[in-house]
Design a protein around this ligand. Sequence first.
Ligand SMILES: C[S@@+](CC[C@H](N)C(=O)[O-])C[C@H]1O[C@@H](n2cnc3c(N)ncnc32)[C@H](O)[C@@H]1O
Length: 364
Amino acid sequence: MRDAAYPELKTTHTIARAGRPFTDYKPPPAAPVWDVIEGYGRFHVLVSALELGVFDALERLGPSTGDRLADELGVSATHLTTLLEGVVAIHLLDQRFGLFELNDTARRYLTTDGAASMAALVPVSPGPLANWQQLTGTVRTGRPADPVDDDPVGFYVPLVEGTFTTISRMAARADGFIRYSALDAPRILDLGAGGAPWTTAVLTANATATAVVNDLPGVIGVAERRLDDRDLADRVEFRPGSFHEIDLEADHYDLIVLGHICRAEGADRAGALIDRAFRALKPGGRVVLSDYFADRQRSLAGHALMMGVTMMASTVHGEALSYGDVADRLRVAGFEAVRLIEPIGFQEAFVASKPPRQNESRTP
Ligand SMILES: C[S@@+](CC[C@H](N)C(=O)[O-])C[C@H]1O[C@@H](n2cnc3c(N)ncnc32)[C@H](O)[C@@H]1O
């Protein structure tokens, strides 16, 4: 009889040819690794489909063959059909019997005029793509070679154009939690306002509200144009400059918005902004701080953790802040009644109050 590889086992208890013992252990599948490899392609499939105008064309034409769509877009039919199959594979189009058509996700998020369009956001959301190719170097040196801090206008103008629809929906729905529409002649401060979706929502809902809108020179023009388009600019003072440095009145504002600005700043600089907001608020005034927050043990909130990597790849100071970090820091600054709201899916904000003066009663 042949020797068993494991002498304590009979050959009948081993995989016959290799002589290894049977085991119940199954190796994990390679699917998560393939998922990442394909991730690169998935992003580019979506960006190309957007750049070619695939979703808007399908909205116009209805269900169409690849040939019909290629005709409409003036591109290679075989190549477009392959691209469309890629979009089907990532569940952002449907295909039945050779006809491609929008599904509900594509209609809502990927057409230019979709109710919650992210079409302009998709290409810019990961930050400059070249920075991802230099991620290893960034980790080695502790700094991106080409941070967006060096060209804020080039990066933030398209970004805030792209996020405007989403954050406008969030800001409008936030009235259900904050009731800014019911305040009497409130004064708003919108720091790093981008296209000013928060100011737009408040001024639209409350005809007595006025605002100070801040952003960097070169970016603030987006807010000026958008507020002007809505006939709201005459109730706004535009205050260009860094939100760390511009003059702010003390005890002056009813509502201060720090909308998606803290994660690019990192914990210490975000803390300084929270302190600035506290000083500038009237007693009883409220701060709104929106962002993508990591969970306290920093392992569950995948979207926020990946945002942290995105910040690391492209900014000098950025990092994902956790719910606990922010809530604790708000309390350290002196805020009370700290709470978290989620006006629309995936968009959360802390709301916290500066304590009223001793002899003032609180809002019930
Ligand atoms: C992610 S966008 C957020 C825009 C808007 N607040 C919102 O909630 O959609 C970040 C904004 O902060 C602005 N920003 C970045 N650094 C700034 C600084 N030091 N001072 C003023 N604004 C700044 C950018 O120009 C950009 O408009």
